[in-house]
Design a protein around this ligand. Structure first.
Ligand SMILES: [Zn+2]
Length: 344
């Protein structure tokens, strides 16, 4: 079968690899019908040292179950399923607490004998704990929005929860990528009174407004911080969603949070320490977040997608087949597009 591998920064290839197959009795074999490229795939695309063996890529996908191991109970052959960006057993102490990203028996896609999502098929370990069946046909018009439940919509929701978004609160979103845009959807869905989006790119700002952003701050750095302070009567926002991961963006997020407020970090940290330790301490700012347990959020967000109340699939602004994936990485890295949907 064909699958995507990364051999180093800027070097993504689509190659023939051994067919995905069942190994454990708890596995499912899923034929991928939709996948996508993630903003977090761009970190290795920029930094990965070159190597002889490629890394299998892709952790967001929807597909049709082709076969299941003898212990699988919750999905069966022919089901259309969505996979979260990590797999998990659904039964351990952390899964039961809704923190599937810390599953004691879970793991990531694209590890040695688990396929990546940017390919034709995937061996899904712990199928019962991982997969969620979707009550629609495989080419349903809602497919892009359903696909965001595997990562970006759940991650935006996680940022909003970690930032303690509630009705009446002023929210600020740092980062205008797919996660930041989904963060706007999540903040509105949770009842935020105002949503301030920090972003400049015209298309992204327009989409943010349509998703519910009430104010746009297009300045950068200290000027952006100043602008948010003006907009909030010099107090800052109650809830700030940090959806980038650079030291600079975390610094911006902490600088626009009001005393007693909270920052939800979902951008994968690219620096070893969190800035403004002293300032955030004296302002009693809560710093939360981490990888989103999207498996815990799929059931909660799914009805909103199915009934059209939220349309996170609008973050996809390019579609490609599998062979076009390398160019999709380039386009996302050049910020030519927000997010690329893959139809293998
Ligand atoms: Zn678990």
């Amino acid at each position: 079968m064909r699958a995507t591998l990364m051999y180093g920064a800027g070097d993504v290839r689509v190659e023939t690899v051994p067919d995905a197959r069942l190994i454990e009795p708890t596995d499912a074999l899923v034929r991928v019908t939709r996948a996508c490229i993630c903003g977090s795939d761009l970190w290795p695309y920029r930094k990965m040292p070159p190597g002889e063996t490629g890394r299998r890529m892709g952790h967001e996908f929807i597909g049709v179950v082709e076969a299941v191991g003898r212990e699988v109970r919750t999905v069966r052959r022919g089901d259309l399923v969505v996979a979260p960006f990590v797999w998990s057993d659904g039964t351990c102490v952390f899964c039961k607490a809704g923190l599937q990203t810390s599953c004691l028996h879970g793991g990531g896609w694209g590890s040695p004998d688990v396929d990546g999502g940017q390919g034709e098929a995937v061996r899904v370990p712990q199928a019962d704990g991982t997969l969620v069946a979707l009550p629609v046909g495989r080419d349903d018009v809602l497919m892009p929005s359903l696909l965001t439940l595997s990562d970006v919509m759940g991650t935006g929701h996680h940022a909003a929860l970690a930032a303690r978004v509630e009705p009446g609160k002023i929210v600020a979103v740092v980062g205008d990528g797919a996660v930041g845009l989904c963060g706007v959807i999540a903040a509105r869905r949770l009842g935020a009174e105002r949503i301030i989006m920090l972003g400049r790119h015209a298309d992204r700002v327009t989409l943010a407004r349509e998703f519910g952003a009430t104010d746009i701050v297009s300045e950068r750095g200290d000027e952006a911080i100043e602008r948010v302070r003006e907009l909030t009567g010099d107090l800052g926002a109650h809830s700030v969603l940090e959806c980038v991961g650079y030291e600079e963006s975390v610094k911006t997020a902490l600088s626009i949070t009001r005393p007693g407020g909270a920052v939800g970090r979902v951008g994968v940290p690219q620096d070893p320490s969190i800035p403004l330790a002293k300032e955030s301490f004296f302002d009693n700012i809560t710093i939360g977040g981490g990888p989103a347990p999207v498996r815990a959020y799929i059931e909660e967000l799914l009805p909103d997608v199915l009934e059209g109340r939220i349309q996170p699939g609008r973050v996809f602004d390019r579609v490609t087949d599998l062979e076009g994936v390398p160019n999709g990485y380039r386009a996302m890295n050049d910020r030519e597009v927000v997010k690329v949907l893959v139809r293998p």
